[in-house]
Ligand binder design. Structure first.
Ligand code: 13P
Ligand code: SF4
Length: 302
């Protein structure tokens, strides 16, 4: 059954010249039909580069919005339109505007996990894999960082000379994991390295051997000679980890599943290809402002 619908999807996307992009946290059956899978930064680059006129973004709302901001001439479809990001929803436009007023000299940085309206209010966007490089290139002493307090806190540790003002948002999936979970996993698997995402809390990061984005974690585990790893990020990474390292073992200290990332079904993707899903429509004025923020991310992050 899964195989049948996957074959239909592969046939249809070729016939219609449609590109399917999927974030690493998507269900394996979706990852298998995608033209490209990756972390948020890589997906945003692909969305801008691809020659196809239509892009189906298997992920959450801010990813589809970013693709449309970068490529307004393309038709961008989010196959599960109710797949949002609770962390992005923690920064609402009016509250962000209030905060910005309080810090007129600050450089305003938003994590890509934010709405395009919030991006439009910020000077540059960042992803977890590009944030350190981007902040290094910013001359301002004061940095207003939103919405993730964990990623912001992690970055701020590398720049003691700067003053970070952190929004109090967090990712419910990553923030839930505790130091106790990591300590227990280390006891169960002695001498096994802990690889964590910067969306995890400081107490978890402090117990980690490597901290990096989704693709950073996959690359680290692939290049490292160790045969076992404790992984503190969304379990979707297991698909790529296993594909690239069939002989290695990966342990998750807790159930780490983002319910929004799992909302996309194969039927949704099929329906999107079949013209049964609505395309992403953005306000043009706001889109242009958000574009500057995303272009600065690509400029400063490469
Ligand atoms: P990255 O894909 O940049 O690692 O971000 C993780 C995430 O939570 C995406 O929503
Ligand atoms: Fe948002 Fe966290 Fe889900 Fe990513 S994993 S989409 S940050 S809730």
């Amino acid at each position: 059954m899964i195989r049948d619908i996957q074959e239909e999807i592969l046939k249809l996307k070729k016939e219609k010249d449609i590109c399917i992009l999927a974030h690493c946290y998507q269900n394996p059956e979706i990852l298998e039909v995608a033209d490209f899978t990756g972390d948020s930064f890589a997906l945003s680059v692909k969305a801008a580069e691809t020659k196809n006129k239509t892009v189906i973004m298997c992920g959450v709302k801010f990813m589809a919005e970013s693709a449309k901001v970068l490529s307004p001439e393309k038709t961008v479809i989010l196959p599960a339109p109710n797949a949002g990001c609770p962390m992005a929803d923690m920064a609402e436009v009016e509250d962000v505007e209030e905060m910005i007023k309080k810090y007129p000299d600050a450089f305003k940085v938003c994590y890509i996990n934010s709405s395009y309206e919030v991006k439009a209010l910020c000077d540059a966007s960042v992803t977890s894999s590009s944030a350190l490089k981007i902040i290094k290139n910013i001359p301002n002493k004061q940095i207003l960082f939103l919405p993730d307090q964990n990623l912001g806190g992690y970055i701020s540790e590398f720049f003691p000379e700067k003053e970070f003002i952190l929004w109090r948002g967090f990712c419910p999936t990553h923030h839930r994991i505790t130091a106790e979970d990591i300590i227990k996993a280390k006891e169960e698997h002695p001498n096994v390295k802990v690889l964590s995402h910067p969306e995890c809390s400081k107490e978890v990061r402090d117990l980690s051997d490597y901290i990096g984005s989704t693709s950073g974690i996959i690359n680290y585990a692939t290049e490292c000679e160790d045969k076992e790893f404790i992984i503190a990020t969304e379990e979707g990474v297991l698909h790529q980890l296993k594909k690239k390292n069939p002989d290695k073992k990966f342990y998750f200290p807790e159930v780490m599943v983002c319910p929004n990332m799992k909302k996309t079904s194969l039927q949704d993707v099929y329906d999107a290809l079949d013209g049964k899903k609505e395309e992403v429509i953005l306000d043009e004025e706001i889109r242009k402002k958000a574009l500057t923020s995303l272009e600065n991310m690509h400029k400063l992050g490469n």
